[in-house]
Design a protein around this ligand. Structure first.
Ligand SMILES: [Zn+2]
Length: 767
């Protein structure tokens, strides 16, 4: 009974395993079909904008005032909307991003929380939103001052038009609003203020501060998916003319070019500013000493208005504070000389004075090489405590040293990386203007990839986090039930950093180094940037262009890396060694291994029947199949004479043949890279394109002909394919040791950085 039962349980299991194996053919090289949009006159099958490509435009003319006493922003704007579409528009949509901070915001409502063992006071206080955020609209009017009917739906606002906007038509209208600026350190957010308790001053990094047009486009209509927090922005290009009124002792950093430097800068500042425009190294325009003086005097009543203009930008941001130190230099990019600038409070020094502007300049040069020449007149890095956030021509970056001016290496490298990354966002998505609300990877992934290239050009051994294949392995082997493909909407991504930054950046690096090669990749990637600069690309446009410009079929790669969650795990399952049958009787008949029983029988002199009774003997009793006969020799000579010279040469080389079988355990197909090591210590790299998996997805066999004896074979010797299990990559099998570290409980000095340690050592030596 017992055995029957066991059998009954086992059988279905075995059967299901078999079915699973049989059903696993996935057609991994199937061309992307339903996944991609049907090509049309706006977007071609080659991935380029079509002959009927169009996009809308929105110009903004704004007057903004920052009330430093109450941390309030007041704004008025005239938006001029250009309908370049072939469609008649009966209403228009605007984005009210600040409403994500309104008390009734969905961003708060959909945020999940669990009561863990310890909960912070702030977490509990924030359960009921208390900060009165969101736009307060004073009016929405036409150009004659007549109110326009509008409907606010959370972070979106529809304006019903007095008359439809016809194709090629324009519509101008006015909005007045204000809002309470959020404490960015306490409440988070991409923009807001930081309060410095010690000197009682504010530093404002301002963005999403004005109602702006929703994108209306050929492939989505109005892209007015609500702003929930993760999925960033989908924005129109346009020209901006912005006047920013702040306390008279503030310094303003902004998207665009300063129009009235003579009005807002002192004679000395103006002189330095002019000097910086042609300097190859940073010139300090406002010094730390000057900034510290203003921190104390604090202008309370007088204001100044800074005037900026920006052309063809998708957004506008600025920063303002009396704490700002300001330095700038010129950067040569092609035939133009944009200015790299930094704005930072004394708390950013000494790091910021030394590095920020130089890193901005490096980023512009490096990215311009791989994408398009930086087209804007300025690029600005503004200091914050820890964030990183990007806008056209300006970004807000973290990296703050200790109060004593020392910093650990992580702080320094973190600052350099975040500046490269955020300045790099000028290219993705500010210029190559993808839809961030839908696809995080299109800007973060592409940007992180070029960031990796720029970091390697900054310093060869720069501690890059994302890009090398081996760094994504832990994520790739993770829990598949939670993982989402790269091609997932921004709001639904699990493991945001790895999925939207790390994996696409790694995938592109693998494409460049291992699948396509640098020459084909760089050309195609640059072509994508050139085609879609100042336009709205989709993932399809990227996938198609990379193939179109390189003649490399990459559908399998997009399918595996962007539409799937499989990982790479190649198992070097079996290696068999063969040599040719020479047909030479002297060789083939020799060296037969002795039979052990036979050997012992002879030693024991075991009596044999055929010896005792000779009648039992015949021809075969004494026939030795291994004896080389005269006839054998003649036949061999005949065989050799029939061979061509080439065949004779092959036979004489005594080649060894290694039949290698690789099993695809992870599902993700990749090129196979073998390293053969020979007995004499020499090595040979053999790379086989991923197409070897075309006819058999689970297992492939390949034969390598070698003149010398192979002592070992290694799969993916340079860790290029993100193979998650290296223990099955070698023949003969190798033990891959897992590294572990011994540590002693820290002695209470764990927070001491290397600079502080060096200081302490100097003190010790002085004693
Ligand atoms: Zn980013």
């Amino acid at each position: 009974m017992k055995y029957t039962l066991l059998f009954a349980f086992l059988a279905p299991l075995a059967l299901s395993a078999q079915i699973e194996k049989q059903a696993a053919w996935e057609d991994k090289f199937k061309q992307l079909g339903p996944e991609l949009a049907t090509p049309n006159d706006q977007r071609t099958a080659s991935g380029a904008p079509g002959n009927a490509y169009w996009q809308q435009r929105a110009d903004h003319n704004m007057s903004i005032t920052i009330d430093d006493a109450t941390q309030t922003l007041y704004g008025e704007e005239i938006i001029t909307y250009f309908n370049n579409s072939p469609d008649v528009l009966h209403y228009i949509w605007l984005q009210l991003d600040q409403n994500a901070f309104a008390k009734n915001s969905d961003s708060y409502a959909v945020e999940q929380m669990k009561i863990e063992e310890s909960v912070s006071y702030n977490d509990l206080i924030d359960l009921n939103p208390w900060y009165d955020g969101g736009f307060k609209l004073d009016y929405v009017q036409d150009m004659f001052g007549k109110s326009l009917p509008y409907t606010v739906n959370k972070t979106m606002m529809r304006i019903d038009l007095p008359a439809p906007i016809k194709p090629k038509g324009t519509f101008s209208f006015k909005i007045k609003w204000w809002y309470n600026i959020n404490d960015r350190i306490r409440l988070g957010g991409r923009s807001g203020y930081e309060y410095f308790e010690e000197d009682e001053n504010y530093l404002y990094t301002m963005a999403q501060f004005f109602p702006r047009m929703v994108v209306y486009c050929d492939n989505q209509g109005w892209q007015h998916k609500q702003f929930l927090g993760m999925g960033e922005f989908t924005l129109n290009f346009g020209n901006y003319d912005v006047k920013i009124t702040v306390p008279a002792d503030h310094v303003v950093a902004s998207t665009g070019v300063l129009q009235n430097p003579k009005e807002v800068l002192s004679a000395e500042e103006l002189n330095r500013y002019t000097q910086a425009k042609s300097s190859n190294e940073p010139i300090v325009i406002v010094t730390q000493e000057e900034a510290e003086k203003k921190e104390k005097s604090k202008e309370k009543t007088k204001t100044k208005t800074w005037h900026f203009k920006a052309e063809n930008v998708r957004d506008f941001a600025f920063a303002t504070s009396r704490k700002f130190i300001w330095d700038a230099q010129a950067v040569e990019i092609g035939t133009s000389k944009p200015m790299a600038m930094s704005f930072y409070p004394k708390e950013g020094n000494p790091l910021w004075g030394q590095f920020s502007t130089r890193v901005v300049a490096h980023t512009l040069r490096s990215y311009s090489k791989y994408t398009v020449d930086y087209p804007y007149p300025v690029a600005i890095s503004v200091h914050t405590k820890w964030m990183g956030m990007e806008y056209p021509m300006i970004c807000f970056n973290g990296g703050r040293p200790e109060k004593d001016g020392t910093y650990d290496q992580g702080t320094r490298d973190g600052m350099i990386s975040v500046i490269i990354h955020e300045v790099g966002h000028n290219f993705f998505p500010m210029i190559i203007n993808s839809d961030e609300r839908q696809w995080t990877w299109m800007d973060e992934g592409l940007n992180t990839f070029v960031q990796y290239l720029a970091e390697k050009e900054y310093d060869r051994n720069y501690p890059t986090r994302r890009g090398p294949a081996r760094n994504i392995v832990d994520y790739m082997r993770g829990d598949k039930s939670k993982m989402s493909p790269i091609m997932t909407n921004s709001e639904s991504i699990y493991a945001f950093g790895n999925n939207a930054y790390g994996k696409p950046a790694t995938a592109l690096n693998i494409l460049r180094e291992t699948v396509m090669g640098r020459e084909l990749f760089d050309y195609a990637f640059k072509e994508y940037c050139r085609r879609w600069a100042f336009r709205h690309p989709t993932p399809d446009d990227f996938f198609r262009t990379m193939e179109d410009a390189s003649a490399v079929d990459l559908d399998w790669f997009w399918r595996g890396w962007f539409y799937g969650t499989d990982h790479c795990d190649m198992n070097l399952k079996d290696v068999k060694t063969f040599r040719l049958n020479t047909h030479n009787p002297e060789i083939e008949k020799a060296d037969q291994p002795a039979d052990i029983s036979l050997e012992r029988d002879i030693a024991e002199k075991l009596p044999l029947e055929v010896d005792q009774d000779p009648d039992m003997r015949d021809f075969y009793t004494s026939y030795d199949p291994y004896r080389v006969t005269a006839l054998d020799r003649v036949e061999y000579d005949e065989y050799i004479n029939k061979l061509s010279d080439k065949e004779k040469e092959l036979l004489s080389k005594k080649m060894l043949y290694y039949q290698v079988t690789v099993e695809n355990k992870g599902g993700l197909i990749m090129p196979l890279i073998f390293e053969l090591e020979f007995k004499d210590g020499n090595k040979r790299r053999i790379q086989i394109p991923a197409e070897i998996w075309k006819r058999s997805e689970q297992e492939v066999t390949k034969v390598f002909a070698c003149e010398k004896e192979v002592t070992s074979i290694l799969l993916d010797p340079q860790l290029e394919t993100a193979d998650v299990d290296l223990s099955n990559n070698a023949w003969p099998p190798r033990v891959v040791p897992t590294r572990f570290e011994l540590f002693k409980e820290s002695q209470g000095r764990s927070r001491e950085n290397q600079m502080q340690r060096a200081k302490r050592e100097a003190e010790l030596l002085r004693k």
